[in-house]
Design a protein around this ligand. Structure first.
Ligand code: BTN
Length: 326
């Protein structure tokens, strides 16, 4: 018996008797009990068992449904999507998308998962990815002019994510160079680009997006920085993960499809209006080196403009933090 059959039966948060579940699945009540224990262990979900009432997942679980997501897509996004793969659990959706991209043409492939066991963040960090709590998605696109044509793509993706959230009438978010999505200084999401193929020619790019939606407190406790989630921003108007995923794909599919010809330039102004650190005193960390200055936005390639005692420097890589916080 697979959890993909059992979970939807309990997704609404209501009690279902052990006998009902056993009948629905054609197995014994003992088998149901064993499967539910396994499910709770593997997913971290709480499964209540109450004598005389049966089993329930308190609060229910907001499962992803690829058919709902596809039905909600704009005509343009639907025409660019080649395949939407939903995995219950995977090491990393970026790793999975790279594996699939390695097997052949994959432009428009989207891999998402309910849970990542080895979610990847920038700079080798772990991305906390509890089951059915957040969104983890990786979108593959093909480019034929190598890495140079991708400059600024991760910043543009940040703008796309912000527009998707805006479209769902969520409070405005801010962007932190190079690719963090913040709300009032707390991290809501991040972008990780990975590529395979010829760095100077034909290559496939995986755009990985992690968006905190309803992070369980226990999982959030493992994050070493201030974080927030869509549920906190939205309160009772929380749109649900399927609508969120559709809104993200509506923005991101046309964005990646047009990026090779558009480049970052048309995204720059929007990025700057959401720049969390504009005019702030920051410290840039690149490996062991640190450089202090005032953040002055980004150039048309997405590089950070940092005003230092030696003038405005153009920075292509690294991480910034507010000077007062370091
Ligand atoms: C960051 O460090 O801010 C980037 C985080 C990117 C996380 C996403 S979740 C989906 C995709 N799969 C991964 O393993 N990482 C990205």
């Amino acid at each position: 018996m697979s959890r993909s059959i059992l979970l939807p039966l309990l997704a609404d948060g209501e009690f279902r008797s052990g006998q009902d579940l056993a009948d629905a699945l054609g197995v014994s009540r003992t088998a149901v009990w064993k499967q539910l224990n396994k499910l709770a262990t593997e997913t971290g979900l709480v499964v209540d068992s109450v004598k005389g009432r049966g089993y329930r997942i308190p609060g229910g679980v907001d499962l992803l449904d690829p058919e709902q997501v596809k039905a909600a897509l704009s005509a343009e996004a639907a025409s660019l999507l080649s395949s939407l793969v939903l995995l219950e659990s995977v090491d990393s959706t970026n790793a999975e998308a790279l594996r699939r991209a390695g097997e052949g043409p994959a432009a428009g492939l989207v891999c998402c998962a309910e849970q990542q066991t080895a979610g990847r963040g920038r700079r080798g960090r772990h991305w906390v990815s509890p089951f059915a709590g957040n969104l983890y998605l990786s979108l593959v696109w093909e480019f034929d002019q190598g890495a140079a044509a991708l400059e600024g793509l991760s910043l543009a993706v940040g703008v796309g994510i912000a527009r998707a959230l805006d479209r769902l009438e969520l409070p405005p978010v801010q962007l932190k160079w190079p690719n963090d999505i913040l709300h009032e200084g707390a991290k809501l999401g991040g972008v990780l680009l990975e590529m395979t193929g010829d760095a100077a020619g034909a290559c496939q790019v995986v755009v990985g997006v992690g968006l905190n939606v309803a992070m369980p407190q226990a999982a959030g406790d493992a994050i070493d920085q201030a974080w927030t989630d869509v549920r906190t921003l939205a309160g009772s108007t929380h749109p649900g993960r399927n609508k969120l995923l559709a809104a993200l794909l509506d923005e991101l599919l046309p964005l990646v499809a047009g990026f090779q010809s558009s480049g970052f330039a048309p995204w720059r102004e929007s990025w700057q209006t959401m720049d969390a650190f504009s005019g702030e005193e920051v410290v840039l960390h690149t490996g062991p080196q640190q450089l202090a200055g005032v953040a002055r936005g980004v150039d048309e390639r997405g590089a950070l403009l940092l005003e230092t005692g030696q003038g405005v420097q153009t920075v292509y890589g690294g991480e910034i933090s507010l000077r007062s916080a370091t």
